[in-house]
Design a protein around this ligand. Structure first.
Ligand code: C2E
Ligand code: MG
Ligand code: MG
Ligand code: MG
Length: 289
């Protein structure tokens, strides 16, 4: 009967919830010692300049290999760490590690490559964020303009006035700002004029449907045009095919990032891969015109 199946359904969701909160507790427990056990590392995914075909920058992406739980995706553990505050020490680790790598790249002659770091919501709200960044940049003798912060729409929409002040301070300190996953938030476009940023990263969910979905193609082209009207650079995320790369290039997208060009690179391999890519790109001519 309807009543019984209703109850079954309730039990089914209940069991799922129970399972989810159990694995959440397990993850929280294992996160506690993850830093001291050196279970975190960063990998780096190149961003390709669509005109020159060279590597313009890197995005630092965290990886967690838990001794007990195996590999856990940042999409899973970042929101948990964000809720319980463990994100603070994780964020410090990420910033320190990314800046160390950037300094190493500089000393190996990669003077124009910049490093993008994903900010957590808590980090963005931290009143000491700007001071902390200034000090880590100074300690590693970096140029602030070589460091790019990726923020999401939801992070800045939460408290608009405070966000505007923070963004302005970060730019005054010389850092670059990018809106990550652009187009997935539900905010109005007018915020782009209220908040001054440098770049938009078109979300993978638009890019992945090129060339099969003409709506998403039109949206992507429109986002690029809009960004350029506002003097913003555009990066496309999750570019997996030549067709996508070609479409983005035809529509004047500035940079592209995705498996088609390069998967995230392990720290120890980074310099070798960058040296190889420097030679490869013009030859392979992966960027179609
Ligand atoms: P995101 O910043 O939007 O990063 C892009 C994600 O897409 C990364 O997943 C990347 O590995 C993946 N990706 C790149 N190219 C392709 C492609 O061609 N196809 C597909 N299918 N995927 C691609 P990842 O590394 O699992 O990170 C997931 C999310 O976790 C990130 O999304 C970001 O929001 C968050 N995250 C990662 N690292 C950090 C970090 O150090 N700090 C913070 N706060 N968040 C991080
Ligand atoms: Mg990102
Ligand atoms: Mg993104
Ligand atoms: Mg994304």
């Amino acid at each position: 009967t309807a009543k019984e199946s209703g109850r079954d359904q309730y039990c089914y969701y209940d069991a799922q919830l129970e399972e989810a909160s159990q694995s959440k507790r397990l993850i929280e427990k294992e996160l506690v010692n993850a830093i001291s056990n050196s279970e975190f590392r960063l990998v780096y995914q190149p961003k390709i300049d669509m005109i020159k075909g060279t590597v313009n920058g890197l995005e630092a992406l965290i990886r967690w290999r838990s001794t007990k739980l195996g590999d856990i995706s940042p999409d899973v553990f970042i929101p948990i760490a964000e809720q319980n505050g463990q994100i603070t020490s994780i964020s410090d680790f990420v910033m320190e590690e990314a800046c160390t790598k950037l300094a190493e790249l500089q000393s190996h002659g990669f003077k124009h490559i910049n490093m993008a770091v994903n900010l957590s919501a808590r980090q963005f709200k931290d009143r000491e964020l700007v001071d902390k960044l200034r000090s880590v940049i100074k300690r590693h003798r970096l140029k602030p303009s070589h460091l790019e912060l990726e923020l999401t729409e939801t992070m800045i929409m939460e408290d608009k006035e405070r966000a505007r002040t923070t963004l302005r301070k970060l730019q005054e300190a010389g850092l670059k700002l990018a809106i990550d996953d652009f187009g997935t938030g539900y905010s109005s476009l007018s915020y782009l004029q209220y908040f001054r940023v440098d770049k938009l990263k078109v979300d993978r969910s638009f890019v992945m449907n090129i060339p099969d979905n003409s709506n998403d193609m039109e949206l992507t082209a429109a986002i690029i045009a809009l960004a350029h009207k506002l003097n913003l650079q555009v990066v496309a995320e999750g570019v997996e095919t030549e067709a996508q790369s070609g479409f983005l290039n035809d529509n004047n997208c500035d940079e592209a990032q995705g498996y088609f060009f390069c998967k995230p690179i392990e720290s120890d391999d980074l310099i070798d891969v960058l040296l190889k890519m420097e030679k490869q790109y013009p030859l392979e001519n992966k960027i179609s015109n």
